[in-house]
Design a protein around this ligand. Structure first.
Ligand code: MOS
Length: 695
C-alpha cells in the first residue's frame, strides 16, 4: 500500500455523519420497508423445552381475518442443507428448546398475524428436559476446539502445574460464577423480505454482517450469491446478537416465498431471549500459585459452561488467561454440556469478558493474600513475550495503562485495608482490574469511485451498528483521497457493494479500513473512474505477532449497609488500543462498554426456568440493565500507542475491550469496601445483605 498520511481527517473528532438522519427519523431500519402490498409474519414458539411436534391444527388460525398462510414443518418451503441447525427452520418436528419456532402466521396486518398466532393449536410430545448447568454434570465433555480467530484447543498445558502449585508459597483456589446474559440492542431483530420476478431475493435485515447473511440465504434457498441482496444501512445495535444470520431473516424469506408478497417479520423483545443468542453461564475455577513476592509460578483456569443441543458454541472463556501473565507452569481447560436450552452465542467480548472477570478477581485476591498492591502485582507478572505462544507482542502497554490510570484515579492515596472506610450508612472502596482483547482483521474488499465533480463514492458491505463505522471509514477515505470528508460518501450495509466481514470481534474498522484505504489509494494513484481493493493477500503476508489491545479499569463503589445496594460512584478506563482514529466515537465505544461492564457486575442475570425451560425473566421489566440513575462519573482515556504490525491505520479494535475486566474492577472495589468477596455475578443487594454482618 502507499504512503498515505492519515492525519488530516483521521484522529479528529468528526461527528457521526448520519446523526441528523437518525435523530429526525429519516434513517430507515429493516422493518421500515416494503410497499403497499406488504404482509406481516408472527412467530409461534414451542411451549415445551424438548420433544417433538405431533401435529399443528391450523384451521382456526387459517380462517381468522386477514390470514394468508400458516407455515409449519409439514408445509413450509424446504430449505437446503445448512451447517447451522438453528437456521433449519420449520424443517422437522423436533423441539430442542422452549420458544423454538414451530409455526409462522402470515397475514394482511400485524394485528391479524398476532391474533391468529394465538389460534394455532400445537400438539406436542414432550420429553424431560435439562436446562441447568452444574459443575458435576454427567454429560460434560471436552469440545474439539473453542471459539476464537482462529479456533483454539479446548485445553492447553505448559510445564507442570500440579507440582508447581503444590509447592507454591502462596496459593489461591477460588471458583467464580457468571449467569447467562442476553444481548439487548435497542432495535430488535427484524427483516423485510421480497422475491423478485426473476427469482432473486432482496432482504432488508438488521444485521452486523450483510455479506454473511447473503451467503447463508444463498445456501439455504439454493441460489447463487448474486441472486441475493442484503441491505442494512442502519442497525440499532447488536453486541454480537446480529453477528450471525438469525431466524427472522430466513423466516421472512420463507414466508414471502409462500405468500408471493413482501413480508415483514420482527422478533419481539421477549422472543429475543429465545431466538437471538446469549452469553453462556460459566463456572470458573482459578488456581494461582505464587512466591511471597507475588510472582506467579502456576496458573490454572478450568471452565465449565453450557451450549445447546441444536448448535454447539464453545465459548473461549479461558483464552485471555493464556496470554495475560507470565508463569512457567500453566493449564487451561474448557468443559461444556449440551442442554435443552436456546442456542448461546456471541455477546460483547465472548470469552475475554467472563474469563477476565474471573482471572482479574483472582489476581485481586492474590494481591490481598501476598500483601502487595494489585497494580504492583500485575507489574511483577508482566510477560516479555506471549506466555503460551512464545511470539513477541506487536505492542503491549498494559503497565502504561495501569500507571496512567492510577495517577488519574488517585490510587496512591488508597488505604488497602478492606472494610475500613465508612461514610454514614455506606461503605466505600475502590478496585482495579486489567483488560485485554485481541486485535485482528479479516479479508475485505472495497471500491472507490470518482464522481467527476471533486466528489467521491466509496462502497463496502460493512455495517455500522451504532459504532460510528461509517464516519471513521469516511475519514480514512478522505485522507487517502486527499480531500475533505464532506467530499466522500460511504455506501455501506449493502451486498451490492464489495464483500466485507462481520462487524464483530472488534475487527470492523481494521478489516474494512484497510480495504477502503487500499481502494482510495489505488484510485488516487491510477486515476480513472474507479478502483477496487482486496486485502486478502496483505493479511497472508502478516508477520507472526501476538496482537492485543490492553486496558486498565478503576472503580469506586459505595455500598449501602441497610439495603445492600451498590453504586459505582466513578469509573475510569485507560486503554492502549493502537491509534485512535476518531476520539469522539471511540470514547462512546469505551464508555458504552464500561456501562455494560457495570451492568454485568450489578444487574444482568438471565434466570433459567427449571420447570418449563428457557429463561424466566425474558423482558426488560425483569431483566435488569442500568438506567441513567445507575451511572455516575465515567471517564475513558487512552495512551498514545504506535504499533506498526497491525494494519495501515495502526489501529486496534475498540468495541469490546471496554467491557473486559470492568466487572472485576467493580467486584474488587466491593471487596475493598466491605471486606467480603462475592464470587457470583451479579452482586445483587440480597447477596450483599446476606454477607454483611449486622452493621
Ligand atoms: Mo461482537 S460479540 O464480536 O459482535
Amino acid at each position: 500500500m502507499g504512503k498515505t498520511t492519515l492525519t488530516r481527517a483521521v484522529g479528529h473528532p468528526l461527528a457521526r455523519i448520519e446523526a441528523l438522519e437518525k435523530v429526525t427519523g429519516a434513517a430507515r431500519y429493516a422493518y421500515e420497508h416494503g410497499g403497499e402490498d406488504v404482509a406481516y409474519a408472527w412467530i409461534v414458539g414451542a411451549e415445551i423445552a424438548r420433544g417433538r411436534v405431533r401435529a399443528v391444527h391450523d384451521g382456526r388460525a387459517r380462517s381468522a381475518p386477514g390470514v394468508l398462510d400458516v407455515l409449519w414443518h409439514a408445509n413450509a418451503p424446504r430449505l437446503r442443507d445448512t451447517d447451522d441447525d438453528e437456521l433449519a427452520l420449520l424443517q422437522s418436528p423436533e423441539v430442542s428448546y422452549r420458544g423454538q419456532v414451530v409455526a409462522v402466521v402470515v397475514a394482511q396486518t400485524l394485528e391479524d398475524a398476532r391474533e391468529a398466532a394465538t389460534l394455532v393449536d400445537v400438539d406436542y410430545e414432550a420429553e424431560r428436559h435439562d436446562v441447568l448447568l452444574r459443575p458435576d454434570h454427567p454429560k460434560l465433555y471436552t469440545p474439539e476446539s473453542v471459539a476464537g480467530v482462529p479456533p483454539t484447543p479446548a485445553d492447553t498445558a505448559h510445564g507442570d502445574f500440579d507440582s508447581a502449585y503444590r509447592d507454591a508459597a502462596v496459593k489461591l483456589d477460588a471458583t467464580y460464577e457468571t449467569p447467562a446474559e442476553h444481548n439487548n440492542p435497542m432495535e430488535p431483530h427484524a427483516t423485510t423480505a421480497a422475491w423478485e420476478a426473476d427469482g432473486s431475493l432482496t432482504v432488508h435485515d438488521s444485521t452486523q454482517g450483510a455479506s454473511d447473511v447473503r451467503a447463508a440465504l444463498a445456501a439455504l434457498f439454493g441460489l447463487e450469491p448474486n441472486q441475493v441482496r442484503v441491505i442494512a444501512p442502519h442497525v440499532g445495535g447488536g453486541f454480537g446478537a446480529k453477528g450471525t444470520p438469525r431466524p427472522n431473516v430466513v423466516l421472512a424469506a420463507m414466508a414471502a416465498q409462500a405468500v408471493g408478497r413482501s413480508v415483514k417479520l420482527a422478533i419481539t423483545r421477549q422472543q429475543m431471549f429465545q431466538l437471538t443468542g446469549y452469553r453462556t453461564p460459566t463456572i470458573q475455577r482459578l488456581r494461582l500459585g505464587a512466591g511471597t513476592d507475588g510472582r506467579l509460578v502456576a496458573i490454572a483456569h478450568d471452565v465449565v459452561e453450557q451450549t445447546a443441543t441444536i448448535r454447539e458454541f464453545p465459548e473461549q472463556t479461558a483464552a485471555a488467561t493464556r496470554m495475560m501473565y507470565a508463569a512457567p507452569n500453566r493449564r487451561t481447560t474448557h468443559r461444556i454440556v449440551r442442554l435443552d436450552v436456546p442456542a448461546n452465542s456471541w455477546l460483547r467480548a465472548p470469552g475475554e469478558c467472563p474469563g477476565m472477570y474471573a482471572l482479574e478477581s483472582a489476581m485481586d485476591e492474590l494481591a490481598v493474600a501476598c500483601g502487595i498492591d494489585p497494580i504492583e502485582l500485575r507489574m511483577r507478572n508482566e510477560p516479555d513475550t506471549d506466555p503460551e505462544e512464545g511470539t513477541p507482542f506487536s505492542s503491549r502497554n498494559l503497565i502504561a495503562c495501569l500507571h496512567e490510570g492510577a495517577e488519574r484515579f488517585g490510587w496512591a492515596d488508597r488505604d488497602p485495608t478492606p472494610g475500613a472506610r465508612r461514610d454514614g450508612r455506606s461503605l466505600v472502596g475502590s478496585g482495579v482490574a486489567a483488560a485485554t482483547y485481541p486485535a485482528w482483521r479479516a479479508p475485505s474488499q472495497a471500491v472507490a469511485r470518482a464522481l467527476g465533480d471533486g466528489r467521491f463514492s466509496v462502497g463496502i458491505a460493512a455495517a455500522d451498528i451504532g459504532t460510528g463505522a461509517r464516519t471513521v471509514l469516511t475519514q480514512i477515505a478522505a485522507d487517502a483521497l486527499g480531500v475533505e470528508p464532506d467530499r466522500v460518501e460511504l455506501v455501506i450495509g449493502d451486498t451490492a457493494q464489495p464483500r466485507a466481514p462481520v462487524a464483530g470481534g472488534s475487527s470492523g474498522t481494521a478489516s474494512w479500513g484497510s480495504a477502503v484505504l487500499g481502494a482510495c489509494e489505488a484510485l488516487r494513484r491510477e486515476g480513472g473512474d474507479e478502483a477496487s481493493y482486496d486485502t486478502a493477500e496483505d493479511i497472508e503476508r502478516q508477520e507472526d505477532f501476538s496482537r492485543h489491545a490492553f486496558g486498565a479499569h478503576f472503580a469506586e463503589v459505595r455500598v449501602d449497609v441497610d439495603s445492600g445496594e451498590i453504586r459505582v460512584e466513578r469509573m475510569l478506563g485507560v486503554y492502549a488500543a493502537g491509534r485512535i482514529l476518531n476520539p469522539l466515537t471511540a470514547r462512546s465505544q469505551f464508555i458504552g462498554a464500561m456501562i455494560m461492564g457495570i451492568s454485568m457486575a450489578l444487574h444482568e442475570e438471565s434466570v433459567p426456568d427449571r420447570e418449563f425451560g428457557d429463561y424466566v425473566n425474558h423482558d426488560l421489566a425483569q431483566y435488569h440493565v442500568p438506567v441513567n440513575a445507575d451511572i455516575r462519573e465515567l471517564e475513558a482515556h487512552w495512551i498514545d500507542e504506535h504499533d506498526p504490525h497491525l494494519n495501515p491505520m495502526g489501529s486496534k479494535g475498540i468495541g469490546e475491550i471496554g467491557i473486559v475486566g470492568t466487572a472485576a474492577a467493580v467486584a474488587n472495589a466491593v471487596f475493598h469496601a466491605t471486606g467480603l468477596r462475592f464470587r457470583t455475578l451479579p452482586i445483587r443487594p440480597d447477596r450483599v445483605i446476606e454477607g454483611l454482618p449486622n452493621a
